[in-house]
Ligand binder design. Sequence first.
Ligand code: ADP
Ligand code: DP6
Length: 325
Amino acid sequence: MFKGKARAYTNIALIKYWGKKNEELILPMNNSLSLTLDAFYTETEVIFSDSYMVDEFYLDGTLQDEKATKKVIQFLDLFRKEAGLSLKASVISQNFVPTAAGLASSASGLAALAGACNTALKLGLDDLSLSRFARRGSGSACRSIFGGFVEWEKGHDDLSSYAKPVPSDSFEDDLAMVFVLINDQKKEVSSRNGMRRTVETSNFYQGWLDSVEGDLYQLKQAIKTKDFQLLGETMERNGLKMHGTTLAAQPPFTYWSPDSLKAMDAVRQLRKKGIPCYFTMDAGPNVKVLVENSHLSEVQETFTKLFSKEQVITAHAGPGIAIIE
Ligand code: ADP
Ligand code: DP6
């Protein structure tokens, strides 16, 4: 019997990963850059044993159906191949983050599973290799191997596409990300299907590709010079562009809801009042507001008044993957 357990934190992209050039290997069209956060995470245990006849996947105490388990089985197969064994496994995972709601459960979930498999099968993969493996489960998961600011190098093949930490002189410690939970239910269009539809059909997708490198350059400059305004403006612009591409997809779709617009507007109003803060959104209606710790209380106050206390969760920069027990 081989057993391993790991904890990985979610990450939110400041420069988004949006589109694949290779679906099977999960090679992205563009580099992306994220912040790993401390408030949301996944803990996963995996046990490989000859006493299991099939792979089973428990999420939050519930045995998952065939569709959800299939993704996990394909991921386990990568590790079985690497270790040269064929034992079936039981995966027991707990998400301390709503699942499939645009809060990056796939990032923490697949990163935690990668870490657990690495330990269980004693593969001894270093963090860069672990990042490559996590990428095969869900692209954004490759960034959750590391803490703080993380860049995913798109690369050109399986070996060259992985994430790595971005030197930042602890700039991330000055920052907070306030999550405005507008809806924590499973979204209608998954990130996987949403980005595929956009790449295949959106006339705006080329515009995204043409400008994302420039955004990434500016964002890295902002980290280097600890320029919060540049960081926030670049993040907000990049996120809006990503969401713009979905409107021109065929059929068109959007992750925004009326409450998302309300939250975005509140961020703009705060800025007008001289409080620097900026928003980003992923494949779901929830809005994430980036702010310096020095202005955190004003942002928290505004959003708890506008929504409810339960809908506002504050995160700070989080650590990389941890092996537990
Ligand atoms: P999210 O915004 O939460 O990342 P996605 O639609 O991108 O939403 O991904 C959700 C999918 O990620 C789930 O349907 C499931 O396949 C996978 N996932 C989420 N949590 C876990 C976990 N703890 N272990 C394995 N897979 C997970
Ligand atoms: C909008 O990593 O969930 O959150 O690789 O298909 O599993 P797959 O997609 P996923 O997509 C994340 C998309 C995003 C932007 C980002 O996190 O960079």
